[in-house]
Design a protein around this ligand. Structure first.
Ligand code: EPU
Length: 422
């Protein structure tokens, strides 16, 4: 298993360009199942989760090819409607093939994803939505078996604005008869990008980015298999937030570019309240040396609230800021796996249920640490950048799932960081 060796303290400078968003790319890859023609993506992020999703599409019968810049997918050749346990168990987002398979073929069999490091993560809201469209759902031997004679548009009120459920139901509704309305839908920018992609393919989705999304059902016969759609996924707001926090923790002047800062409104508001200095441009944020920041009180929430995917990185920043901070994690019940590792580095953090109480310390120190999930791993790397001496971050395959070339990007900014292959 590869590890990172970071020699701090590091001062960063220059510009870092974020990659296309992982969490927008995955549902969009699932949506390719709906389209019988060819799709040509520019700059899909080079991540293990993306490679893995392409394998799932291939296992269903899609043809895929890629070079350094473009990835092409032709899903017209899909005939298989079962997504096997061996594939699904490696990545929860694979459950997103359920909606598009059901919509296009009238049936889908997808292994029920298990829990994961950050929470139990059930898919009940996805399944209720599909039932409301007329699907018959059975759980048998660990598989979700979904079938229907015909899906019929419906008004669906989500009990919680789940990102994945909103996406799965949007895709299931693509070939449903008539109009589907999703109420209390998730509003994340990644949902908006999925809608933009579907519309680029010729589907009719409106309202994405708000809590009411409407989908007008289409017929498969309206789509031509000889057409090619070109698409580029939005910049990764979570990767951008991670580098912005890296700049602040190392008291550096860096520019984080290739994303829409509006997608980080709440994160930037919180950072500003802590004393961060930065300038927002259309497609970038320039971070200025801001000295020691102050503590803050933050609660993770569905978009446009503070994203759970930036919680671990923010906690690392709070751990070396002045004063006292509180984080309340409201989205996932077990997303504090980074805390024991941050404490091993010398941070003063106490947990009580979904609250973390953080007393900023003046100095943290090198310790071997272990990644437990994607964003937890990012928090460890950020902390290592400010530590005097050598920190070894183990099990970085978690980072490879969601950060393209993390160590190369940090190195280009001036960090002393090396990947050791084992
Ligand atoms: N939930 C249910 N039932 C459902 C669906 C969700 O109870 O049917 C609960 C979950 O257990 C969780 C909460 O609702 O407690 C939020 O889950 P949601 O469905 O919104 O999240 P997701 O679609 O599983 C996506 C991202 C996550 C990100 C969350 C929240 C992808 C591939 N994943 O997950 O990203 O944390 O939205 O914004 O888009 C990451 O990138 O590190 C990551 C975990």
């Amino acid at each position: 298993m590869d590890k990172l060796i970071i020699n701090g303290p590091c001062k960063l400078s220059g510009e870092v360009k974020v990659s296309s968003s992982k969490n927008a790319s995955l549902p969009i890859l699932a949506a390719t199942i709906l389209y019988p023609g060819n799709i040509k993506f520019k700059n899909l992020p080079k991540l293990s989760d993306i490679n893995f999703f392409l394998q799932i599409l291939e296992s269903l019968g899609a043809n895929t090819s890629k070079d350094n810049e473009f990835t092409e997918i032709a899903a017209g050749s899909i005939t298989e409607t079962k997504a096997d346990y061996e594939l699904v168990r490696k990545m929860r987002a694979s459950v997103l093939v359920l909606g598009p398979l059901l919509s296009r073929f009238g049936k889908a069999q997808v292994s029920l994803p298990g829990g994961c490091a950050i929470g139990t993560r059930p898919v009940d809201i996805h399944l209720i939505g599909m039932e409301e469209l007329g699907a018959k759902i059975e759980i048998d031997k660990g598989y979700i078996n979904a079938t229907c004679d015909e899906l019929i548009g419906a008004s669906i009120h989500l009990s919680f604005p789940s990102v994945g459920a909103t996406e799965n139901i949007m895709m299931a509704a693509a070939f449903a008869k008539g109009e589907t309305i999703i109420e209390n839908a998730a509003c994340e920018p990644e949902i908006d990008d999925l809608a933009n992609f579907m519309n680029a393919c010729g589907f009719e989705v409106s309202g994405a980015g708000t809590s009411t999304i409407k989908i007008q059902g289409k017929k498969l016969s309206e789509f031509k298999s000889e057409n090619t759609i070109n698409y580029e996924v939005i910049g990764d707001r979570i990767e951008a937030a991670t580098y912005i926090i890296a700049g602040l923790m190392t008291d550096s002047n860096i520019t984080v570019s290739n994303f829409n800062p509006q997608h980080l409104k709440d994160v930037l508001k919180v950072l500003k309240s802590m004393g961060a200095k930065f300038e927002i441009d259309k497609r970038s944020v320039e971070v200025y040396p801001s000295g020691k920041l102050q503590g803050a009180k933050v609660e993770t929430q569905p978009y446009p609230g503070f994203p759970t995917d930036v919680q671990a990185q923010l906690m690392a920043l709070m751990g070396v800021s002045n004063g006292y901070s509180i984080i309340s994690e409201k989205i996932f019940e077990n997303r504090f796996m980074h805390v024991p590792e941050l404490v091993r580095m010398g941070m003063d953090i106490e947990l009580d249920g979904h609250y973390a109480f953080i007393h900023g310390v003046d100095q943290i120190s090198a310790a071997p640490v272990m990644c437990t999930d994607l964003r937890a791993s990012a928090a460890l790397v950020l902390s290592a950048l400010v530590i005097s001496g050598e920190t070894i971050v183990n099990r970085i395959y978690h980072l490879d799932r969601g950060y393209e070339n993390l160590e190369l990007k940090l190195k280009a900014l001036g960090a002393n960081i090396e990947r050791v292959k084992e």
